[in-house]
Design a protein around this ligand. Sequence first.
Ligand code: ATP
Length: 485
Amino acid sequence: MATEQNKLPAIISHCKEYGFIFPSSDIYDGLSAVYDYGQWGVELKKNIKDTWWKSMVYMHENIVGLDSAIFMHPTIWKASGHVDNFSDPMIDNLDSKKRYRVDHLIEGFAEQLAANSEEASKAILVSMDQLLSNDDFAGLKQLIIDHKIKCPISGTCNWTDVRQFNLMFSTQLGSVADDSDTIYLRPETAQGIFVNFLNVQKSGRMKIPFGIAQIGKAFRNEIVARGFIFRMREFEQMEMQFFVRPGTQKEWYESWKTTRMQWHLDLGIPAEKYRFHDHVKLAHYADAACDIEYDFPMGFKEVEGIHSRTDFDLTQHQLYSKKKQVYFDNDIDETTGKPYGNYVPYVIETSIGLDRTILLVLSEAYTEEDLSTPEKQDSRVVLKFPNKLAPIKLAILPLMKKDGLSEIAKELMNECRESFFCFYEEKDSIGKRYRRMDALGTPFCVTIDHQTKEDGTVTIRYRDSMEQERINMSDVRNKVMEALK
Ligand code: ATP
């Protein structure tokens, strides 16, 4: 049985064995922090995307979607501050030649220290935060030296100075390599939304407040990428930028905090698994920011960021593109009795990592159950996904191939497959097939047997309780549809 400590390795191997997630380029020994989604992973991912899209776009009349390109004009990243600021302080160990994010190295040390002294551990973290907020790199190195923090690989304290390292991947546009042709793989999807703000507002006749939502790939050259799909170099984000009238950003920020936390709770995940982490040190573009953290197998970590980004991005793009990014608000300002007029809108951003959400859902669903009886040792691994996220909704299992049972099963398959994803399987014993469906997280299995031929009933088996009941085959589709609502 996996303990909390080895739950993550257990999830990783389960994902590979059952076709959810594979290391990228597996036959070439993988590519660090890059992963491929297999046949069931891709369904899980799609269901999470659909749930987010539905709740953000379909359920809000004033939010529309966008799919902007990954490649964008390089000046965008100058304007956004990514060329100059999107970097992390790093330090190299001269013996192991390994590079570390300074905050991760110190946090790792503080975590070990906490076993002996909570206070000492907290004190280091407070000093670190102070030094980071002052960009005091010499001070950070001194902190590492003073506490004799060792490289986990070489075990030595032979450190370089602390330096900034930009996280953007660059590449060349066109056939001739030249500095002026350098473009970047986007490190976030947000900027694609900002530079399309007026296109969408004008073509969609959108009135403030309104939002633009986007799901797409982002790329970051993370130095220490670990935690399976928690920190990847190529990942997906689900972001929404909400444009508001200046002065109203505080209330919208609070309102989106509540809405986004509710989305998480609506997945059926208990509230005690989440917490807000309010940022003390704010990014250069923000006037308020927090993370929604989930209790992953490796502890509470960020899954989503909510940021009040002021008018920073639009103002910067106005400056660099020399194109006005203003909105004309003809609503009447009650204090002046006149229209609000032209302004650069403020922005509230909600940004959630799709892959991190998949890890969250897997962590919550992964369950090992001991089913031993005095007569027999037994256990099962079951993924208790919420019904709407389960890759396969219904497995249709004829008891045997012959006697016309597979024909009846295929009839049911044809009746249901337009409404939800069904899986047909006729190999192996029923017991083995049930266990396999448990491991894939399929909430319903239906068995077609000889009695089906006589009275049109089937056995439906429920994943979590493992209970079985006989129902009319003609009711199966509606029963599953009902459960998906
Ligand atoms: P972190 O502090 O963990 O590096 P961040 O604060 O830089 O994350 P944001 O820039 O706010 O993250 O991005 C929004 C979301 O995108 C994060 O909450 C996270 O879910 C996801 N995300 C960011 N970086 C990665 C990554 N390297 N791999 C997977 N998901 C990521």
